[in-house]
Each structure stands twice: as C-alpha cells, then as structure tokens.
Design a protein around this ligand. Structure first.
Ligand code: IDP
Ligand code: MG
Length: 154
C-alpha cells in the first residue's frame, strides 16, 4: 500500500480543526501509520519548499509554517497520494471545490490548512524528511476487508 505525507499547517492547528481534518481522512479509509506534533525550522522548510525558493512569498510561507507547531502525519492506502490530493483540493482555498478540505475550510492561498505530497516519488522523499523508520508503524487495519476487495489489497 502507498504512503503519503500530510502536514496539518498552523492554519489548522490554531483554528482548532485538527480533529475535523483527521476525521475526514479516517472516514475515507486511510490508515494513520505515523503522527506527531513538531515545530518546523528554517532549515527543514527550505528543503521542503525548495521549489518555491525564488518566489517573492517564500519568506512569508516560512514565517507562517513556523508560527506554531504543526502535525505531521503519514497516511497509508491504495493510491494514497492521489486520493489525498483530491481530498485536499487545489492550492488556493478560494478556488478549491466545496467538499475538499481547502474548499471547505480555507479562504487563502497561503493559509490553506494542509500540505500533502504531490507524487509517489515526492512522498518517499518527504516521509524520510519528517519521520525516522521507527516512527512509522505496520499494524493490521481491523476494517480492511470492508474498505477493499481482496484483489485491491494484493
Ligand atoms: P500545494 O501545497 O498545493 O502542493 P505548492 O505550489 O507546492 O502547493 O506550494 C506550497 C505552499 O506554498 C502552498 O500550499 C501555499 O501555502 C504556499 N503558496 C503557494 N503559492 C503561493 C502564492 O502564490 N502565494 C502565497 N503562498 C503560496
Ligand atoms: Mg506542493
């Protein structure tokens, strides 16, 4: 099964909606295999958002992301990367479809509640960035026969 990184940003933590956001992923059937509260630093943000380094808003994003601790999590499921990106919606909360997390909770491009890996390759790199091996857990998901057919679990 595929794994992806999801970060609940300061906009989720400070608005008190951590539980609501995690509930959405749980209800979908994604399995939580890693989760912790951490305070991000410039070093890790410069690596994580390296693709935005030359943007005028880079400093603003970094300041926002380190304004308070965030929840980093690893979600597992079939095609988890693509499924989670669909659940969160497009980057700009004002354009995101209602029904998506950003569409339902965000009015902003920057303060858009969640981060999620954008490809399986990126997910591997990002999970290594935020989790050590012993912080990610393999355990049987009690509901798995009701979430997937046998052939989907192969
Ligand atoms: P994504 O989070 O949807 O994958 P990215 O382009 O990877 O979007 O950008 C990372 C984060 O940087 C966004 O989630 C958002 O918080 C912020 N960001 C992206 N574009 C802008 C912008 O034009 N203005 C301000 N912040 C932005
Ligand atoms: Mg991105």
């Amino acid at each position: 099964m595929e794994r992806t990184l999801v970060i609940l940003k300061p906009s989720a933590v400070q608005r008190g909606i951590i539980g609501e956001i995690i509930t959405r992923f749980e209800k979908k059937g994604l399995k939580i295999v890693g989760m912790k509260l951490i305070w991000l630093t410039d070093d890790i943000l410069e690596e994580h958002y390296a693709h935005l380094k030359s943007e005028s808003f880079f400093q603003r994003i970094k300041d926002s992301m380190k304004s308070c601790p965030v929840i980093v999590s690893c979600l597992e499921g079939k095609d988890a990367v693509e499924v989670v990106r669909k659940i969160i919606g497009v980057t700009n909360g004002r354009n995101a479809q209602p029904g998506t997390i950003r569409g339902d909770y965000s009015m902003s491009v920057q303060e858009n509640i969640v981060h999620a890996s954008d490809s399986p390759e990126t997910a591997v790199v990002e999970l290594n960035r935020f989790f050590s091996k012993d912080e990610l857990f393999d355990y049987p998901h009690a509901m798995r026969s009701y979430l997937y057919s046998n052939n989907e679990m192969e």
